[in-house]
Design a binder for this molecule. Structure first.
Ligand SMILES: Nc1ncnc2c1ncn2[C@@H]1O[C@H](COP(=O)(O)OP(=O)(O)OP(=O)(O)O)[C@@H](O)[C@H]1O
Length: 475
């Protein structure tokens, strides 16, 4: 019988399959393709460098035994790694690496790379493949702890789940743990607290906190520099991955795709993933279904607006930590009037203390009233895309369905374009997300709308007036 790369490899596979778990066989051996046989060297193609390293680390003995059975004592195995280098019209290319068990040249080195930077950016988030031990600066803020994350009915579930995760990262059913809630309700604080506690309890584990925005920037950069594989590889090495504000991935399909793969890898390997979002998974727009379903695998815990008692405790705790004393009726006034955002609650008390010390005034109830009033007034209301569509439709005396319709009638097109323009201006939503929420249009249509509005603002007086009137309604 003719001995070919395929026949040799099939015999190896039969042997390997008998010796490992079916799932591991499926994951690590089925994707391999035999490529070439020359004398006693078999070349196999593997999907990535990470794959090659995994095989070398976990299955090299098995590979050796099976190959020796087929090709004798001098058998050699060569890995061919298919590199994803399809950006910039280049063809994918391959890189050859002999098995470390056959050649000393590429024995994985035990090096240590420290990535440290003072600023919160990950300057160089990539590791060179083959390097085993890495030290990654966690980017955690030690000021955010469980101790100073006060418990109340509004956050009990999320806080307890966070503590359970910190006690046993990757070992609870809260994986991923998704913490969601409105602006300023403590998502970032809780996410850091979990990471900080894990680092305390398990200093050897690699924990990384990163905002979804930064993650996206790094990914885009890696695509530009052709280092996408290194990017994935880096994230796959992390034990506890904390991604803040995942709603930012909305409409960014490339980043979602890469995150999906990283997520699966971490999850399959018992690593912990912690996510925060300003919405529940059901309300997330423009996030792929397969990713949303992953988000729902673990626990989604909501941070709700704190009740009065919790608001008072948060304020008193803050004052205590800052060593400031303020009469109870003043704390009560602030807590009663600022209800929906803990950042604002803290902000009000800080400005109250500042006002009193700069102006050398006593902290009186009257001063508290002034500060709170200003604070509440100055607080920018969050504008949603739904709200923008409602305001624009009302202004042009049409209903929202008409604004979203497919009609090309000029005044309706203009209203739609204005809604898109304001959505771009006043929300953080991506063009794709705006388009899909305003009549299911694509991102190019939104971009065109924004340019048209800019142009008309300069050339058409009546149109300029629409913009000014509407702007007033939003500010
Ligand atoms: N339970 C709590 N106890 C004490 N402080 C809290 C609590 N919850 C939130 N805070 C404080 O409120 C402020 C806002 O919290 P944080 O930044 O975590 O909110 P967020 O939900 O991430 O906001 P955003 O939606 O803007 O990202 C922080 O200073 C945080 O320490």
């Amino acid at each position: 019988m003719n001995v070919t790369a395929t026949s040799v490899w099939n015999n190896c596979l039969a042997f390997i399959q008998d010796n490992i778990q079916p799932q591991a066989f499926k994951t690590w051996f089925e994707p391999i393709k035999p490529v070439k046989l020359s004398e006693n060297s078999l070349s196999i193609q593997v999907p990535s460098k990470f794959f090659y390293e995994w095989l070398e680390e976990h299955y090299v003995k098995l590979l050796k035994v099976s190959l020796t059975k087929e090709l004798g004592e001098n058998a050699k195995l060569i890995y061919i790694i298919k590199m994803e280098n399809t950006y910039g019209n280049k063809e994918p290319f391959t890189e050859r690496i002999p098995s470390s068990n056959r050649s000393q040249q590429v024995a994985p080195q035990e090096l240590e790379v420290a990535i440290k930077s003072k600023n919160p950016e990950l300057k160089n988030p990539f590791v060179i493949p083959g390097i085993r031990n890495i030290k990654i600066e966690s980017q955690l803020n030690p000021n955010y702890s469980f101790d100073n994350f006060l418990e109340g009915d509004s956050n009990r579930l999320a806080r307890s789940a966070g503590m359970a995760v910190a006690n046993k990262p990757g070992g609870t059913s809260f994986n991923p743990l998704l913490v969601f809630g409105g602006v300023g309700l403590g998502k970032t604080h809780l996410a850091h607290a979990i990471g900080v506690d894990i680092k305390d309890k398990y200093p050897e584990r690699t924990v990384l906190y990163i905002s979804a925005e930064k993650f996206t920037q790094q990914y885009i950069e890696s695509v530009k520099k052709n280092t996408r594989n290194d990017f994935i590889h880096f994230y796959q090495l992390i034990d506890v991955l904390i991604i803040d504000d995942v709603q930012f991935l909305s409409g960014k399909s490339g980043t979602q795709d890469v995150f999906f793969h990283i997520f699966n890898h971490l999850h399959q390997n018992g690593k912990q993933v912690i996510l925060t979002s300003d919405k529940a998974p059901v309300d997330m727009q423009d996030i792929e279904q397969r990713l949303l379903s992953r988000f729902k695998w673990g626990l989604s815990a909501e941070l709700q607006t704190p009740d009065y008692e919790t608001r008072v405790s948060i304020l008193k705790n803050k004052l205590f930590r800052d060593g400031v004393e303020i009469p109870d009726d003043i704390v009560d006034h602030v807590a009663r009037n600022i209800k929906t955002n803990i950042r604002e609650l803290e902000g009000a008390i800080i400005s109250l203390i500042a006002q009193s010390s700069f102006n050398k005034k006593e902290v009186t109830l009257e001063l508290a009233q002034q500060v709170v009033e200003k604070f509440v007034k100055n607080t920018k209301r969050e504008v949603s895309i739904d709200y923008i569509q409602k305001v624009v439709s009302d202004y042009f005396e049409m209903d929202v369905a008409t604004l979203q319709s497919k009609t090309r009638k000029r005044h309706i097109v203009q209203a739609r374009q204005l809604a898109m323009f304001f959505a771009k201006k006043f929300t953080k939503a991506s063009l794709a997300s705006i388009g899909s929420q305003i009549g299911k249009r694509d991102h190019a249509t939104v971009l065109h709308a924004c340019k048209t509005v800019d142009n008309l603002a300069e050339t058409d007086k009546q149109f300029k007036k629409y913009i000014d009137d509407l702007s007033k309604k939003f500010s």
